[in-house]
Design a protein around this ligand. Sequence first.
Ligand code: ARG
Length: 460
Amino acid sequence: MKLWGGRFEKDTDKLVEDFHSSISFDQRLYRQDIQGSIAHARMLGEVGVISRAEAEQIISGLEGVLEDIQVGKAEFEVGAEDIHMNIEKILTERVGSVGKKLHTGRSRNDQVALDLRLFLRDEIDVTKDLLVKLVETLLALAKEHLTTWMPGYTHLQKAQPITFAHHVMAYVQMLTRDLERLKDTRKRLNFSPLGSGALAGTTFPLNREQVATELGFDGVTLNSLDGVSDRDFAIEFLSAASILMMHLSRLCEELVIWSTGEFQFVTMDDAYSTGSSIMPQKKNPDVAELVRGKTGRVYGDLMALLTVMKGLPLAYNKDMQEDKERVFDAVDTIQKSLLVVEPMLRTMKVNTNVLSEGTKKGFTNATDLADYLAKKSVPFREAHEIVGGLVLHCVKRNCSLEDLTLDEYKRYSPVFENDLFEAISIEYCVNQRKVQGGPSPEAVGKAIEESELQLSLIKW
Ligand code: ARG
């Protein structure tokens, strides 16, 4: 007999039972469900809705159920629909009819909203640790490569010289914002919906604050309809997760490009690469590719939940049961991705010579040559045109700007002097870019310090 079977004269159709049951996936919430029930039962005992002795019986029963589930002794049933009713059923089998009092003043609607908030809070904390570790690895990589010159790109065409440290630090900035977004999501979800009931609260004199405090919430939700029916906290998490994956995906895309025979900027460790079943010479960056590919899953999770929610009238609707698999999938995907990207970066070999050589071809110092003229009072637009002509000249002769003689330079502008050669040396070009946020070793050194401070302040 169903827990809600009282008003029914017929059994649920088998197909329907299977279709609407969520136990196959929401059993993942068992810990949070029991945690919430224990707090609810304790509070019911304290406000006198049930006796203290009954509350204690229920609580120790729930602790027993938790243990049984953990050691794989508990059996869930599709017929009991979801994790909430399965646990209540197992509890009642264990402690007898007092177990049937647990659901007083509560609905599965506020219960599931609670469980998902608790679950996400736990998983955000796990994700935070993984993300911090990745940022620390990137910071260490940056420190090692403050003076490793490399070409910076726009349109995937060589643009201006930068340092490898500077490139790495760009990702530190992105991932630090991801960390802030997760922290922010956590802050907004950390309110207890318990007491919202099915939709209209309850007539029992519940102490919502007590439950919230026991469960580590910052307070209670302030509207019962909202408390049971919004999933914006999950959507916020999925948005933050999507942005994080987008960042990881860009990083991985660069690693894929950088580890090609054409670039050879980095060499992946064997442990983080895979081979081909037919081509014996192959060493592929599958890990990086797979992270890039999995980004689509997380975007899909976000779009799915946004779409589920967009047309729902207040308050709870069964459509919302679809939230959990999307959240679980995103949690698993971002955690597994972070877990594997960190050691992949830590173990990869950075080919500093290739990176530095890369600044030499491709006129990455052309802007500096134009700046040189501009600093000698040639209007920048004119300087741009003069250097454009010089570059064309070099392209035709298949040489670099530093290969031309002063005489050749003077044919393009009388302003050129011997000091131009220093002005276009890669070292000078990078070192002079001392502006805050720029690539010079000096500026990046400061950026690293600031990032370390920022990181220590956002951790929670
Ligand atoms: N399994 C349900 C879900 O995940 C729990 C809430 C069910 N509430 C209801 N009124 N049918 O959404």
